[in-house]
Design a protein around this ligand. Structure first.
Ligand code: MD3
Ligand code: FE
Length: 216
């Protein structure tokens, strides 16, 4: 892979390769977090966090919202990307410039120039909340990576293989970490272990994760 080595990488950031195509940028979001949280507050007023239903009619323990042209939604009929928030009947809030720039800069660090996400899913975990192993395969452009930003309490990210039964590797993701998932890793099974209790100085008893996707 052709990285823009040392280009724009802040001094406090460490670049770690988790697997072929999966790059962890430790602390890459730190300098943007004040601006991110100010924008996030406005997004959540316009499109509040909600616990969606899975197609199996289970309520998810993770609360979700979105910004961007489309948002990820799930109900008894399945999951999909939708331009209208089913809870409010309005379009999702626009993706703020600071959200977009962070994702684009991170993607470039991992060798993905000109990443143009149209959706940002916002996941909110409280202690005990988890995300079961799954694949993200509803995005049409498989050449685009997914970028994720971790905020608040630390989480154990489970990173499996191509098959659900492949034993996942575990990575601890902390406040300010950014991961770019592309290439060979893009369709791997992954999830988040139940969040351990704790209190984060900025975010309190929660973890918020932003996942940027190019859906079309
Ligand atoms: C690896 N969210 O929203 S983000 C999800 O921390 C999701 O909230 C997790 O999985 C979270 O779908 C993990 C990191 C992530 C997202 C998509 C991936 C990792 C991925 C797709 C393929 C491989
Ligand atoms: Fe996922």
């Amino acid at each position: 892979m052709n990285y823009d080595l040392f280009d724009d990488l802040p001094g406090h950031t460490q670049r770690l390769c988790l697997q072929e195509g999966a790059v962890l940028l430790r602390g890459f979001a730190i300098s943007a977090i004040g601006n991110l949280l100010a924008e996030l507050e406005k997004i959540i007023i316009a499109a509040p966090f909600r616990h969606m239903l899975t197609p199996g009619a289970h309520q998810m323990s993770v609360a979700m919202s979105n910004c961007g042209q489309v948002g990820w939604v799930s109900d008894r009929n399945g999951y999909r990307y939708a331009a209208i928030d089913p809870e409010t009947g309005r379009a999702w809030p626009e993706m703020p410039a600071v959200f977009l720039e962070l994702a684009q800069n991170a993607a470039a660090q991992a060798g993905f120039a000109k990443f143009l996400p149209d959706a940002c899913l916002i996941n909110c975990y409280v202690p005990g909340a988890k995300l079961s192993l799954h694949q993200d395969k509803d995005e049409r452009d498989a050449s685009a990576p997914i970028v994720s930003v971790s905020l608040g309490l630390p989480a154990v990210f489970l990173f499996g293989g191509q098959k659900r039964t492949d034993r996942p590797q575990r990575y601890r993701l902390v406040h300010g970490d950014v991961v770019v998932w592309g290439g060979a890793a893009r369709f791997n099974f992954h999830g988040v272990a139940p969040l351990a209790d704790g209190t984060h100085p900025l975010l309190g008893r929660r973890r918020i994760n932003l996942t940027y996707r190019k859906t079309v």
